[in-house]
Design a protein around this ligand. Structure first.
Ligand code: PLP
Length: 426
């Protein structure tokens, strides 16, 4: 039954029942965590054979004859550039295989633009009176923090089922020269799990920003992270941009953090050759070369994109039951109450839920008091300010499934309790 259709007496009774169950749950002294978008321990095991590939006596030569244990090739070994070019649908010349964190590559890209400017720009961003970035919301908190660190003003753009609100994006970038970029997670977005539609990608390719040094930060972190047998597909933005002659407008990013080892994987940046050359010119003062041993290990382990996809099938087998446990429980416990909505993702790492307005913080607080840690309410918005206090990001990957089930059961109870409190207070 819809909670909004209950009269005060029914609601009070419902709330009292929730409070009783909540007290019982609290007495269990749970210590559970649904806050971290980290692979589970079983997922990490999948990549352990990779660590045996390059041991003493192995062939450490890259296909260009270079010994990967030594300095050289700042942009990455050729076979790694080929592999990740295939994964991102670009040319090897359009790729830099960097360290182990794509977030570092993103931070560095903002930093270079800030200090030195980008091709097409008249001056470094730091010399502009004001710099703004568009932030599709809800979104990835660390993206927002990168730009916030530079004092860049963050502008919310609502997400729709097909990607960011493109009417708003088009209008804002065409009118405001201080808007220099937009953060995007185009496939299985963090946290909504939404994949941008073909039309959205085409509209990105056709943007006509007033700022000539505008950049789309296209973080394709979840491009191979499918959870179903009918995966989403994403139109190739680089191909579309080449049709409009605007290929300098995008910086693409990805990493193997959630393919092999977070923090010990391989990160990539892809961009037009002009952008790559401009990047390397400065990167050249920052590093002599990245970890090519790890690059070669990854290439020998996967061989090609088919190898990556086969490996991701194994991740899927471990992750899909966890996502199903959360989604089934949400459906069963609160599906017909009109107090929570969510998108069922076909991939990625998160389930994003929206409570009744003004309830997200309370739900997170109730969960915490009963021993279940969630990502802080508001974290999915710039400056951690969710204007409606509705969005919560659930990360089902890390806890073992028995713990996850207990955590999501408690979460549903807290949603019911917070919603009853709210409706009774109105
Ligand atoms: C959208 C997105 N991009 C980037 C990252 C971090 O990537 P990396 O480990 O390559 O720095 C995450 C991690 O959760 C993420 O969700």
């Amino acid at each position: 039954m819809l909670l909004s259709e209950m009269n005060k007496e029914q609601l009070a009774e419902f709330k009292a029942d929730c409070e009783k169950k909540y007290a019982e749950a609290k007495a269990k002294n749970l210590k559970l965590d649904m806050s971290r978008g980290k692979p589970g321990a079983d997922q990490l095991e999948l990549s352990m054979p990779m660590l045996d590939i390059l041991r003493e006596g192995a062939d450490f030569k890259s296909e260009n004859g270079m010994d990967v244990r030594n300095y050289g090739v700042l942009s990455g070994i050729p076979e790694a550039k080929k592999l990740f070019a295939e994964m991102l649908g670009v040319k090897p010349e359009e790729v830099i295989v960097g360290g182990s964190s794509s977030l570092t590559l993103m931070f560095d890209a903002v930093q270079r633009a800030w200090n030195f400017g980008v091709p097409g720009g008249e001056k470094p961003w730091c010399k502009c009176d004001k710099v703004k970035f568009l932030c599709p919301v809800p979104g990835y908190d660390r993206h927002f923090s990168v730009t916030e660190t530079f004092g860049i003003e963050l502008v919310n753009v609502p997400m729709t089922k097909t990607g960011p609100d493109m009417d708003m994006v088009e209008k804002l970038v065409s009118e405001d020269e201080s808007i220099k970029g937009i953060w995007c997670v185009p496939m299985y977005s963090n946290p909504d799990g939404i994949t941008y539609s073909d039309e959205t990608v085409k509209r990105f390719a056709n943007l006509s920003p007033k700022a000539k040094d505008f950049r789309i930060f296209w973080d394709n972190a979840y491009c191979v992270h499918h959870l179903t047998d009918k995966p989403d597909t994403l139109l190739n933005l680089m191909d579309e941009l080449k049709k409009t002659g605007k290929e300098n407008m995008v910086y693409m990013f990805a990493s193997t953090s959630k393919i092999t080892f977070p923090g010990a994987g391989v990160a990539v940046m892809a961009a037009s050759e002009e952008n790559i050359q401009a990047t390397l010119k400065i990167l050249n003062f920052q590093a002599i070369s990245y970890d090519k041993v790890n690059m070669l290990r990854h290439v020998r382990f996967f061989k090609n994109l088919d190898g990556i996809n086969a490996h991701m099938e194994k991740h899927k087998k471990l992750l899909a039951p966890k996502f199903a446990a959360v989604l089934d429980t949400l459906d069963r416990e609160v599906g017909d109450m009109g107090i929570l909505d969510w998108v069922k993702p076909n991939g990625g790492y998160f389930i994003s839920v929206n409570t009744l307005p003004g309830c997200a913080k309370r739900v997170v607080e109730l969960c915490k008091e009963a021993g279940v840690v969630l990502t802080g309410a508001g974290a999915t918005y710039p400056y951690k300010k969710d204007p409606e206090d509705r969005n919560i990001r659930i990360a089902p990957s890390y806890p073992p499934i028995e713990e996850l089930q207990m955590a999501i059961d408690l979460f549903c109870l807290c949603v019911k309790l917070a919603s009853a409190e709210k409706l009774l207070s109105e």
